[in-house]
Design a protein around this ligand. Structure first.
Ligand SMILES: NC(=O)c1ccc[n+]([C@@H]2O[C@H](COP(=O)([O-])OP(=O)(O)OC[C@H]3O[C@@H](n4cnc5c(N)ncnc54)[C@H](O)[C@@H]3O)[C@@H](O)[C@H]2O)c1
Length: 378
């Protein structure tokens, strides 16, 4: 939607918006300071993921779901039945304009993220944006700048970062328990859900990109990917992505919407310890193995290629089992109230979009290596 006006200042404003992505309706509203005891959140999108946001936000002590907007009236009937105190509307822009709303959470298809988030920021609302943040890194950058300019919180929902097992993996890697980290290898496959507006890299591999970024605190220098769309006219449904790092660390991610079984498995290899993470296990999802290899440094034996294998204990550490979205919801509200930087802030989201773009370009170039800029926020 484009604002209809003949005002020359508004015209030039429209031009700069057009340069940074799709046209949006320009809303000028006063910044809503979070002065209320209970923060009013408006949620846009009540399809597959939106209900999880609403359910978890409803549990927060110092925030509430004020309004849910969805184009689908049937979805809104469900909201009204489950949450009678929550307002519903098919008009997301009216909700964004509502002065009672302090923060807007956007759980709509990726192609709509930029225009909705930009409109919310321009109306002075703090924003929770679903992954991946935007379709392009240029759009992501424009949202970051808008949020900075207005002193608003921009949070991107990379849910894995807020899970107990991923936090445990980060702790172990960061305090050196694994020794030197060598590789990350992930398989994230199942049948569906085929997406219409994004490929399997933006839909599934982005989870691994976020886990790697958070756990290892490193940004890749290059990416190479192969993948295919088996059904013409649809986005790529299968991809194998390799990320290269300056330190010699390497990551491989296998994602697919076309597998007969669901697999969510990660292996992390270090010189001292190795980790497996099977998200689908009911318990003991995370296992630590005291396994590794050593090569002889005796010059006399170097030609014999003597490898020593260490096979010690395996244990399953206790991890925080709290629902990630609840932890993340509390973090979002804390960031708004106390002007803190979210763990998965706009810059984090930007790095993910940049990686999706690079991996997709490589995939479309049949595995051509794409070098990533060094001057990222990492
Ligand atoms: N964080 C996670 O782990 C996770 C998991 C799944 C999905 N997601 C993300 O959540 C977002 C939504 O995915 P989904 O699977 O729920 O999609 P979906 O298609 O199931 O639901 C989207 C909903 O948004 C509504 N909608 C679309 N445009 C709208 C508009 N302009 N105004 C109001 N409502 C509108 C649709 O009617 C639909 O109900 C995507 O960005 C996706 O990547 C995140």
């Amino acid at each position: 939607m484009t604002a209809k006006t003949t005002n020359p200042a508004a015209k030039s404003r429209r031009k700069s918006i057009a340069e940074t992505g799709p046209a949006v309706e320009v809303i000028t509203g006063p910044r809503v300071e979070p002065k209320r005891d209970v923060l009013n959140i408006g949620v846009i999108g009540y399809g597959y993921w939106g209900p999880n946001l609403v359910r978890n936000f409803a549990e927060l002590a110092d925030a509430r779901v004020h309004t849910v907007a969805d184009l689908n009236p049937k979805a809104l009937e469900t909201v009204a039945r489950r949450f009678p105190a929550t307002k519903v509307t098919t008009d997301a822009m009216a909700m964004i304009r509502d002065p009672e709303i302090d923060a807007v959470a956007i759980a709509t298809p990726v192609s709509t993220h930029f225009s909705l988030a930009m409109a919310a920021l321009r109306a002075g609302k703090h924003v929770w944006l679903e992954k991946p943040m935007t379709e392009t890194s240029m759009q992501a950058r424009a949202l970051i700048e808008e949020a900075q300019k207005r002193g608003l919180t921009l949070h991107v929902d990379h849910t894995f970062v807020y899970t107990g097992p991923v936090k445990k993996m980060r702790d172990m890697v960061q305090n050196g328990e694994l020794g030197k980290t060598l590789y990350y290898d992930s398989t994230r496959v199942n049948l569906g859900l085929f997406q219409r507006d994004v490929n399997v890299i933006a839909d599934l591999a982005v989870h691994d990109f976020s886990i790697i970024d958070y756990v290892f605190d490193q940004h890749p220098t290059a990416v190479s990917a192969s993948g295919i769309n088996h059904y013409p006219g649809t986005p790529e449904n299968l991809a194998f992505i390799t990320l290269f790092y300056e330190t010699g660390f390497i990551a491989h991610v296998n994602v697919s919407w076309l597998a007969p079984v669901k697999i969510r498995s990660i292996i992390i290899g270090g010189t001292e310890k190795m980790i497996t993470f099977d998200e689908l296990q009911p318990s003991e999802k995370l296992k630590i193995y005291d396994k590794g290899v050593s090569f002889t440094d005796d010059p006399a034996k170097i030609h014999e290629m003597r490898v020593g294998y260490r096979t010690g204990d395996m244990w399953a550490p206790k991890v925080d089992g709290s629902e990630a979205l609840l932890v993340e919801g509390k973090h979002f509200v804390d960031c708004i109230r106390n002007n803190k930087k979210p763990t998965s802030d706009g810059e984090f989201g930007f790095r993910m979009v940049e990686l999706i773009e690079a991996a997709t370009a490589s995939m479309r170039g049949r595995g051509e290596t794409i070098h990533l800029p060094k001057n990222t926020s990492k």
